[in-house]
Ligand binder design. Structure first.
Ligand code: C2E
Ligand code: MG
Ligand code: MG
Ligand code: MG
Length: 282
């Protein structure tokens, strides 16, 4: 069985070079096929404020592989980034998320909800990225003010000027940018004050540490303080326990997402969860 899976997809053992290249090529072909066949699906993880009211969702892509079942993004996003397939995949994610956003905007009960979309550096660095986002917003009718783009610190490795310029144009159009997995990346502190950001997302490794050892807690406090000083929203990811929730609340975070509140779910389950849940913010 492992052999059959290995032929189609990644290897679970350390392959030699030749094998690795072949596996990579097969995976790339598989991913191209998956895009054409519509095998990707968005899951949505609710986000809430510190009172536990739903404020929006983060869209998280999954690959519905006909043989392997649901494949998590860590197993294919890096390959789509290396091959450039992230560009069409990222556009599909944005279109799908904005279609939901437009639907939500049209109903009073959901009109205030935001949708956050992850954007790879390779996508963001395309010269026409901002135009693409604006075109998708216009085509779907989604309100720009409800769209949040989650970017990572790796964008700051090259072309800080270009990054600042694009983020400023997005902000002028009403679209917010969040710095995802904040604290795990390269030294962005030197540039942070120059970035037109709306939000910092504390990486879940610090949240997990927060109630286990003192260092994680200190980092959560530091990021929350930084966010406050810079007038940015601070969101925690990966909150799994009530202790962690209490900790990030005391640290001054504005909201969170995590298994404690809700796991990522496909659309039908999310709709059901929302109908059982308290009326969200509008
Ligand atoms: P991320 O943007 O930091 O997303 C948060 C990840 O934490 C998600 O993993 C989510 O399922 C997981 N998570 C949320 N709450 C909890 C919790 O309480 N406990 C634990 N253990 N995990 C939790 P997921 O969905 O596997 O996504 C992994 C990463 O893949 C994302 O990290 C993001 O960097 C990337 N990704 C996902 N979708 C997309 C996409 O559409 N485009 C791009 N470029 N990257 C994506
Ligand atoms: Mg994210
Ligand atoms: Mg994150
Ligand atoms: Mg993360």
């Amino acid at each position: 069985h492992a052999k059959a899976a290995g032929r189609n997809m990644a290897c679970w053992f350390e392959p030699d070079m030749e094998q690795r290249v072949a596996v990579r090529a097969a995976l790339e072909a598989d991913l191209r096929h998956a895009l054409n066949q519509g095998q990707f699906e968005l899951y949505y993880q609710p986000q809430c404020d510190m009172q536990g009211r739903m404020t929006g969702v983060e869209a998280l892509v999954r690959w519905n592989h006909p043989q392997r079942g649901l494949v998590p993004p860590v197993e294919f996003i890096p390959v789509t980034e290396e091959t450039g397939l992230i560009v069409p995949l990222g556009r599909w994610v944005l279109e799908t998320a904005c279609t939901l956003l437009a639907q939500w905007a049209g109903a009073p009960r959901t009109a205030g909800l935001r949708v956050a979309v992850n954007v790879s550096a390779q996508q963001f660095q395309r010269p026409d990225f901002v135009e693409q986002v604006l075109a998708v917003l216009a085509a779907t009718g989604a309100p720009p003010q409800r769209l949040m783009l989650e970017l990572t610190e790796s964008l700051l490795l090259t072309d800080v000027e270009g990054t600042v310029g694009k983020m400023a144009r997005l902000r002028d159009a009403g679209v917010g940018c969040a710095l995802d997995d904040f604290g795990t990346g390269y030294s962005s502190l030197a540039y942070l004050h120059r970035l037109p950001l709306a939000e910092l997302k504390i990486d879940r490794s610090f949240i997990w540490d927060a109630d286990n050892e003192r260092h994680g807690g200190a980092i959560v406090h530091t990021i929350a303080g930084l966010g406050k000083a810079m007038c940015l929203d601070v969101m925690a990811e990966g909150v799994e326990t009530e202790r962690q929730r209490a900790f990030i609340a005391a640290a001054g975070c504005h909201g969170y997402q995590g298994y404690l509140y809700c796991r990522p779910m496909p659309m039908p389950q999310l709709a059901e969860w929302m109908s059982k849940h308290q009326a969200p913010l509008s």
